[in-house]
Write a protein that binds this ligand. Structure first.
Ligand code: SF4
Length: 533
């Protein structure tokens, strides 16, 4: 069945004119989308969207992909669920006008069609193209004076936390949740009830609604808690043995294999042997400290613990955006687990920008992104990186800081305030001659190390860059350039306001889709604002 093309009329009808006049104060993007839908979804872009269907045919609902893509945007604009979006196509004249079905009494599409279309967009990476399309649309409009803009881009990158949508659980609940998934999988495979599996496999703790209820101890008592853990672990072992003896082949295949792997992973990351056997039969305990890359949710396996600052923790992801400072358009987005350093997002951001054949002339970042390949590449092509430098500090603040030492990066030498010279290597630690330091009149201001030990200074791997950045902030112009990063902070604040603090979906890829959609809407609002100015 051929994929239908969306060809709604361009000229507004009298009823649409009336609605457009009503949309000048609130929800103005409905009006913009109605008037510019044929430009956003032009013939070439509709052909690209239709190509998504070539592998499987048109599917159950032969609806124009461009119309569904518009519905996906409207859904993001008003923050509606799939079910609500379907209803809004019947009860909201603004939806009907934008989707080209004004006056209809039937839904424009089914909930299933919208769900399937979103997954199709994700599978074909067309959410990325939707965002790129807004940058292309901006180039076609008269809202931006492109001739006056720099030839290469001034791109800024920033990130914000995104709380994951999955439930974060403690060790007992994580183990119970993972075991419940194994039991549910077995029940489905054997066509048994969950209760029967629990009884036969020797894991009665799962017969209760929660694992803590099933263990039923005084949780504030460490001894009772330790005993409860041994009891739970013994039942998990019984479940594992039962699977090995009753389902030896099935346990090597999905889906049972995956559920067992999840359970094994939670056991390995959260439990450790009790030192010295623990006495009293307690062979394992909850691990001290957090395991690297610890899984924190069964529902969303990609969520991680992260930190915004030393005191502020969050669970889930980081959302990153890269925007052009001259047009305010968002060019690329990325999602990373919350425990990953910011620099991990830059390969995706860079490849999305490069795909649009755009070149970064100036890169505005915060220190989290400084150790990234993108920075190396921008500097390597003779372009500039604008970033706040690390401020040299010393304990207590009363001793000389690194800034009081003169670094010669050509000869790789460092000169102290008493004019002692020492050579260094990048990424190492310099120690001044102990005898000189012991007899130095400036020693009290320089080091608190015991006699016989010279002052130490750490030299960063990227010391050359850091020196360059420190030089930048010594001039008025340099400080003014640094302040321009505030624009990306505003862009990001709008994205956070649009998306909310909590993720809409489970998993990184669906949340990348949601971020790209939010960025697409933001770009459309930017274009609208510039055109109206
Ligand atoms: S204590 Fe050592 S490093 Fe510090 S100023 Fe004196 S000689 Fe230089």
């Amino acid at each position: 069945m051929p994929v239908p093309r969306w060809c709604p009329p361009q000229e507004p009808t009298r009823q649409e004119d009336f609605l457009l006049r009503r949309l000048t104060r609130t929800r103005k993007l409905f009006g913009f989308l109605r008037l510019h839908r044929h430009e956003l979804f032009d013939e070439a872009f509709q052909t690209e969207l239709e190509a998504m269907y070539r592998d499987t045919g048109a599917g159950k609902d032969p609806l124009p992909p461009a119309q569904l893509a518009m519905a996906v945007l409207l859904q993001g604009y008003v923050g509606a669920s799939d079910a609500e979006a379907v209803e809004l196509t019947i009860v909201d004249l603004r939806w009907q006008m934008v989707l080209g079905c004004l006056g209809t009494t039937e839904p424009a599409f089914s909930q299933g069609a919208l769900h399937d279309f979103r997954h199709r967009l994700i599978r074909h990476d067309m959410d990325r193209r939707l965002l790129e399309r807004t940058v292309e649309l901006a180039r076609q409009t008269k809202g931006f004076d492109w001739k006056k803009l720099p030839k290469t881009l001034r791109v800024a990158i920033d990130s914000a936390p995104l709380e994951g949508a999955g439930r974060v659980e403690d060790t007992f609940n994580l183990l119970g949740h993972a075991a419940r998934q194994v039991v549910a999988c077995i029940a489905a495979m054997l066509d048994w009830t969950v209760d029967r599996v629990c009884a036969e496999a020797g894991i009665p703790v799962l017969l209760e609604s929660s694992v803590k209820r099933g263990l039923d101890v005084e949780w504030s008592d460490p001894e009772q808690k330790a005993e409860a853990l041994q009891s739970l672990v013994a039942q998990l072992d019984a479940l594992r043995r039962w699977v090995e003896s009753h389902l030896p082949e099935q346990m090597k295949e999905p889906p049972l294999q995956q559920t067992l792997e999840t359970l094994e992973r939670i056991v390995a990351q959260d439990l450790e042997p009790t030192p010295g056997g623990g006495g009293g039969g307690s062979s394992v305990r909850i691990r001290k400290g957090v395991a690297p890359d610890r899984r924190i949710s069964i529902e969303d396996p990609q969520m991680r613990h992260g930190r915004k600052s030393k005191s502020r923790r969050f669970n889930g992801y980081k959302r990153h955006i890269a925007a052009d400072l001259d047009t305010d358009l968002i060019l690329a987005t990325a999602i990373t687990p919350a425990n990953q350093p910011e620099a991990e997002a830059t390969p995706d951001l860079r490849s999305d920008i490069a795909r649009q054949r755009l070149t970064i002339g100036e890169l505005y970042i915060d220190r989290g992104y400084i150790k990234s390949l993108l920075v190396e590449q921008v500097l390597g092509t003779g372009n500039e990186v604008i970033c706040k430098p690390w401020v040299p500090r010393n304990k207590g603040g009363e001793l000389f800081t690194k800034a009081d030492f003169r670094l010669n990066l050509r000869d790789l030498t460092i000169t102290c305030p008493a004019n002692e010279v020492q050579s260094f290597r990048l990424g190492g630690t310099v120690e001044f001659d102990a005898t000189r330091c012991d007899h130095c009149p400036l020693r009290a201001q320089c080091t608190k190390r015991p006699l016989g030990h010279g002052r130490q200074v750490k030299i960063a791997e990227d010391e050359r860059l850091q020196q360059r950045l420190r030089k930048q902030i010594t001039t008025k112009k340099g400080r003014a350039r640094l302040r321009q990063r505030v624009r990306i902070e505003h862009r990001l604040a709008h994205i956070v306001q649009r998306q909310g603090r909590r993720a809409r979906y489970l998993g990184m890829r669906p949340n990348l889709f949601d971020l790209r959609r939010a960025a697409t809407l933001q770009n459309l609002e930017t274009i609208h604002r510039k055109m109206a100015a």
